[in-house]
Design a protein around this ligand. Structure first.
Ligand code: BV8
Ligand code: ZN
Length: 242
């Protein structure tokens, strides 16, 4: 198996998806067949879904909060922490996962592109998102004590824009790595189905960077990666970098 060299010129950008958390026992989206309670996740994880049935959406996220709080980071998460310790500010971890496991494992240079399960914000006023691990009772739709409007999970739903500051941070890192060193991009545990995350590999290729995919099954954008390692992220990642 070819190995990833983390030398003094390497700038490493990582993207993780549900397959990294799967090793901790968190079900993946594809694993659920893209469904939750026989509904497509896109329908529940969307502004339309929240407008239509906010208590169903809060049940979906409360269940996932409960699930994520009950699991622990795995050796795949720990490998990223070791790489970050080795590379310092020449390392950046962008994650599509909302379960907070990277931060719990000790990763610090993390961009949570799709938000975080354990944060809530108001759907109606500008009060900032706040930490919230509450598992709301079935049927509950919490209201903002400032304006009375519905509270919502601090999650980027399908059809919603990602935080431009997050995208900017990833872009700046890739550019800096490509110009001042050797840019390497490694995607792990992601089906490459959701944009703009799935487009990062093409951005890196345009900048002349090296690309790696560590995944259990072929991803939708597998062909875009020069190096492909098939396997479980918790087994492959700890021994991948030299
Ligand atoms: C946007 C939070 C601009 C929710 C998520 C029509 C209308 C509107 C938008 C679109 C549209 N058509 C397309 C779009 C764009 C859309 C999109 O890409 N849709 C897809 C479905 C085609 N994107 C968006 O909407 C984004 N916003 O584009 O804004 C805009 C605005 C308005 C109108 C147009 C455009 C927002 C995307 C963010 C959505 N939110 N998450 C939540 O989590 O509850 S995405 C959600 O699904 C997850 O966060 C995750 O990112 C994604 C699932 O992807 P993966 O993480 O890859 O997980 P998956 O299960 O798919 O794959 C797991 C992989 O791991 C598998 O390949 C498997 O083989 C592997 N694996 C499993 N076990 C292991 C393993 N690998 C290793 N080891 C193992 N043990
Ligand atoms: Zn409010």
């Amino acid at each position: 198996m070819d190995s990833l060299t983390l030398d003094s010129k390497t700038w490493l950008l990582v993207l993780t998806g549900a397959g990294v958390s799967a090793e901790s026992g968190v079900p993946t989206f594809r694993g659920m067949g893209g469904l939750w309670e026989d509904q497509p996740v896109e329908a529940v994880a969307s502004p339309e879904g929240f407008r239509k049935d906010p208590s169903l959406v809060w049940r979906f996220y409360s269940e996932r909060r409960k699930g994520a709080a009950a699991v622990h980071p795995n050796p795949g998460h720990e490998a990223f922490v070791a790489w970050e310790r080795h590379l310092g500010d020449r390392f950046l971890l962008a994650t599509q996962n909302v379960d907070g496991l990277h931060t719990r494992a000790g990763s610090q240079r993390v961009v949570e592109m799709h938000g975080n399960l354990f944060k809530t914000r108001c759907s109606g006023c500008e009060r900032p998102p706040f930490d919230d691990a509450t598992v709301y009772p079935v049927g509950a739709v919490p209201a903002c004590d400032a304006c009375g409007k519905r509270l919502r999970p601090h999650i980027v739903w399908f059809g919603e824009y990602l935080d431009p500051a997050d995208l900017e941070r990833i872009e700046t890192f890739a550019l800096q790595g490509a110009t001042s060193g050797r840019l390497v991009f490694l995607a792990a545990g992601t089906s490459g189905a959701v944009f703009p995350a799935a487009g990062i590999v093409d951005r890196v290729r345009r900048a002349g960077g090296e690309t790696w995919l560590v995944n259990l099954d072929p991803a939708e954008n597998s062909s875009r990666f020069e190096h492909r390692v098939v396997g479980r992220s918790g087994e492959v990642l700890p021994g991948l970098a030299k």
